[in-house]
Design a protein around this ligand. Sequence first.
Ligand code: PHE
Length: 340
Amino acid sequence: MLEKLMEMKESAKEKISEAKTIQELNETKSLYLGKKSPLQALFSQMKDLTNEGKKELGQKINEFKTMVEEEVNKRLEKIKEEEVERRLKMEAIDVTLPGKEIPVGALHVLTKTIEEMEDIFLSMGYSVVEGPEVEEDKFNFEMMNLPKNHPARDMQDSFYINPNILLRTHTSPVQARTMLKAKGEPIKVICPGKVYRRDDDDATHSHQFMQLEGLVVDKDISMADLKGTLSLLMQKMLGKNTKIRFRPSYFPFTEPSVEVDVTCFKCGGKGCPLCKGSGWIEVLGGGKVHPNVLKMAGYDPNVYTGFAFGIGIERIAMLKHGIDDIRNFYISDPRFLKQF
Ligand code: PHE
């Protein structure tokens, strides 16, 4: 009987270690300890033994039971561990898979150009002001020394809402608005914004574009101040070797008036296809504020002088980045926009 028990010990150990699931393990356990197990048969044979024999067998049976229980518990732990490992493997995240790209937007190249110019002017003590895009004839023309029927209106006669209201054709009306507000005090402002003109759209013209207006009004302001200011601006925007030149011109609201050219950023002034061989590229108009404009806005032209200028923002961005068609700015093609 004892031998049988020893045999059972071996086979029980083996069976228990082979159990793969908790259910299998429970089945094995009852196979050896349950009601129908060979152990019960041993019990029933006990009555035939001597007292000594009973004691010995009882002890062995208890040892056997403890052994089975211990082995079962050990195996149970093992099975649980294996289960955890299996789940970990199954649910593992492959961190080497490429992630999903979240597209982020960025500022438009024109907005960036404006911000760059604003920074430069802010560092020179200017303030940034704004004005309406739907403007009165009074500000857009009359207060800029362009009375009704003035021939110079013809260049800009554009998008009218009614005979007195139109989409502003330049940012210059903000000059008049700013002067009226300042009530005779000195002025140093810039105003970036959209303007609208009856222009045929082509590679360098658009019916809607952007300007940056500048206005300084104070005592003893001269053309030299204008030149120094614009030189510095162009050097910072287009490179420190950039030079500017003034060419005589005409605007009703400035006297004298100039067109301002910069040395071609591509050839440095030698002449190339971009600057049409001249070495210079026109970027803005300006001049000393016309006495009539000062007078109409409440400034005494005998005491105050000033300069004003209007820069084409697209022009500057095109020069800076080598963009050859103004329409690129407005068609919102990401292949273009992404480059800046
Ligand atoms: N307003 C002019 C234009 O649009 C530019 C300019 C502004 C010229 C200020 C002189 C002074 O062409």
